[in-house]
Design a protein around this ligand. Structure first.
Ligand SMILES: *Cc1c(COP(=O)(O)O)cnc(C)c1O
Length: 234
């Protein structure tokens, strides 16, 4: 059972974002909050919308379709999970942002589906900064050449880099990973690729978003502390 409402949890989150941004001279408005609704019901996702959150993140096609059927264009839809190439066809038509572009075979499939739909898509390239084997994403040293190769897929716009830091009891331990992603993002942005402005950073989750915000996150992906996790009752 959740005690606090989504609205109350959003207020608490904003206060914590306020503190984290003011520590480093940033503004809360620079950061987009994505409510990750993968663990919760359509009803709870709707509460997030009512609370004023406009970005929703899902990591599975089924969850995306289920919630989008009800909420529709009342939100901007983000796909944050690993995407199997065979599912790209179905996902692409329903999202505004893909956070998990991590291989050329996927880029090729995404491009093909975008051409069919006469669409372009904002994408994050996912990077496995920590090197943890359980995490998906490119190794940092692969990112430059991967992004150069994406120039061939003109429907894909690389707006930034995304990472998931390893879970750490003490969030401070995630800082080097976020710093490394920021450096990599800046280096690519400096190249001013037309297809890859790469100005954004998707990093920070319930457990570590304050550190991510301090290190330059522009999109944070928040599930548990915002909309809850109905799979584990508290
Ligand atoms: C589940 C998930 C999140 C949100 O996780 P919380 O710890 O519940 O905030 C963020 N990003 C990705 C990629 C996820 O899969």
């Amino acid at each position: 059972m959740m005690n606090a409402t989504v609205e109350q949890q959003y207020d608490a989150l904003k206060k914590r974002m306020e503190r984290a941004t003011s520590k480093v001279g940033r503004r809360v408005e620079e950061i987009h909050v994505i409510a990750v609704t993968k663990y919760v019901s359509i009803q709870t996702a709707n509460e997030a919308i009512k609370a004023g959150i406009s970005h929703i993140g899902e990591n599975r096609l089924e969850g995306l379709l289920e919630k989008k059927a009800v909420i529709g264009d009342g939100a901007t839809w983000h796909f944050i999970g690993s995407l199997q190439s065979r599912k790209a066809k179905d996902v692409i038509g329903h999202i505004s942002v893909l956070h998990s572009l991590d291989r050329l075979s996927l880029a090729k499939e995404v491009q093909k589906r975008l051409v069919e739909r006469e669409k372009t898509l904002d994408c994050f390239v996912q990077v496995n900064v920590s090197g943890e084997t359980s995490k998906s994403g490119l190794a940092p040293e692969e990112v430059d050449s991967f992004i150069m190769a994406l120039a061939e897929y003109d429907r894909i716009r690389v707006i930034g880099l995304m990472t998931m830091a390893p879970y750490a009891e003490n969030a401070e331990e995630t800082r080097p990973h976020f710093k490394a992603l920021k450096q990599l993002q800046q280096r690519i942005a400096d190249k001013e690729y037309v297809h890859a402005p790469c100005t954004e950073l998707s990093m920070g989750m319930s457990n570590d978003f304050e550190v991510a915000v301090e290190e330059g996150a522009t999109y944070i992906r928040i599930g548990t502390i915002l909309v809850g996790n109905e799979q584990v009752s508290e």
